[in-house]
Design a binder for this molecule. Structure first.
Ligand code: S3P
Length: 435
């Protein structure tokens, strides 16, 4: 699927709520499956990535029922009653699904073959498998279990003290999940804090953890109890509409029930530094491990920004759309140390620099630093998603700002994270044609 989209010639507006956050939806399925008792979740993301996690746990013997379009009831089997899968477990495009599942499987006396699509099969897995091997699990795959397909053989684990070289919630979560099965106290120390959803879920589902600075520790031998809550709206999906609200002249969009977690709100802080005014901001505590916020944004001029290494984890998935915003902001924006973008669903430094350049943006990379001069009038062009959902949606937003017509190729990837993206785009008033 491809899109033809023209510069927006009228304001975008509306009150929008978003599908469940992707990171939370994966974890709801995982924790629901491993808890004792029945968990009920609403507003679960039904995108392909999370469907892969659901199918993986169904293959491991967990009964999962849909309630309506976004509700899930999960009959947890407890930590120790997963069944051997009858076939390989296919995890599509999802790094989170594969890496967190590795942590769970490491502690179970089962064998499983984990596979993925070509993008996932080229993403580094040793960042997880090396630690889990140290704990006692066995992994086989190309380049010392760095690339899927990977065969996992779980079993008895011992605790480790892991010092991560990069901040990564996926690596941290895999080790903490394995830590639930290990004998002794497992600790993970990150060089900077990554999203803390796993820590919050562990506590909410009844496990005790210790958090000291950048170190999280967990003792093995604990049990998880079922829980029920609504999944907060995905802030990373909402970010595309935040950009549209701020950049399409005279627009105004109200955002409802957006995940509000300080390890994920780097985009809100960055927009604040660009001068964005958040109207009617209201924070709400929710039943469950996370909070949500409502706010509104109106079109306004934006200033350039700088993002440094320590902030990267809190907005790692929003860098593609921030790059689009930087083309319209006044001054030179710089994003330092974006190394991890090289190993996402595609190399997002390459995808954004090349495709926005095709649209006339003044954007370049120096090593892993991205430098963008603005404001620049973008011009419509034919550009490519590189089969990466966040590149695809960022370029569609750029298309709404560019003179003439933009065509973005290869958009099926959007269904990995944001199944109703086009519906919301239409609801906000954008005109486009899919072909
Ligand atoms: C995720 C963690 C992030 C993020 C990904 C989801 C998670 O990856 O990019 O989209 O749910 O744990 P890393 O923390 O590995 O960088």
């Amino acid at each position: 699927m491809n899109i033809k989209i023209k510069k927006a010639d009228h304001p975008l507006s509306g009150t929008l709520s978003f599908p469940g956050d992707k990171s939370l939806s994966h974890r709801a399925i995982i924790f629901g499956a491993l808890a004792e008792g029945e968990s009920h979740f609403t507003n679960v993301l039904t995108a392909e990535d999370c469907v892969c996690t659901r199918k993986a746990f169904e293959a491991l013997g967990v009964e999962i029922r849909s309630n309506g379009s976004t509700g899930l009831t999960i009959k947890g089997r407890g930590l120790h009653a997963l069944k051997s899968p009858a076939h390989e477990i296919y995890l599509g495009n999802s790094g989170t699904a594969m890496r967190l599942l590795m942590g769970v499987l490491a502690g179970n006396p089962l064998e499983a073959l984990l596979t993925g699509d070509p993008s996932l099969s080229s993403r580094p897995m040793r960042r997880v498998t090396d630690y889990l091997k140290r704990m006692g699990a066995s992994f086989e795959g190309k380049d010392n279990a760095n690339f899927a397909p990977i065969k996992v053989k779980g079993g008895k684990l011992k605790a480790i003290d892991a010092k991560l070289g990069i901040p990564s919630a996926q690596v941290k979560s895999a080790i903490l999940l394995a830590g639930l099965y290990a004998q002794g106290k497992t600790s993970v120390t990150e060089p900077a804090k990554s999203r803390d959803h796993t820590e919050r879920f562990l506590k909410y589902f009844g496990a005790r953890i210790e958090e000291k600075g950048l170190t999280v520790s967990i003792r093995g031998g604990q049990r998880l109890k079922a829980g029920s809550f609504e999944i907060a709206g995905d802030i990373s999906s909402a970010a595309f509409f935040m950009a549209m609200a701020l950049l399409v002249p005279a627009s105004g969009i109200t955002f409802e029930s957006i995940l509000d977690n300080p390890t994920r709100t780097g985009i809100i802080e960055a927009l604040g530094k660009m001068g964005a005014h958040f109207g009617n901001k209201r924070r709400r505590a929710q039943e469950g491990p996370e909070n949500v916020s409502n706010f509104s944004l109106k079109a306004q001029p934006l200033k350039a920004f700088e993002i440094r290494k320590a902030q990267i984890p809190s907005l790692i998935d929003e860098i593609p759309i921030l790059s689009v915003m930087a083309t319209q902001a006044n001054g030179t924006s710089v994003i330092y140390d974006a190394d991890e973008l090289r190993v996402k669903e595609t190399d997002r430094i390459h995808s954004m620099v090349t495709q926005l350049s095709n649209m006339g943006a003044k954007i370049r990379s120096e090593g892993n630093t991205i430098i963008i001069d603005g404001p620049t009038a973008l011009t419509g062009a034919e550009v490519d998603s590189f089969k990466d959902h966040r590149t695809a949606m960022s370029l569609i937003v750029a298309g709404l700002l560019a003179d003439g017509e933009t065509r973005v190729r290869d958009l099926d990837c959007i269904y990995t994270s944001f199944p109703n993206f086009f519906e919301l785009l239409k609801k906000a008033g954008a005109r486009y044609e899919l072909y």
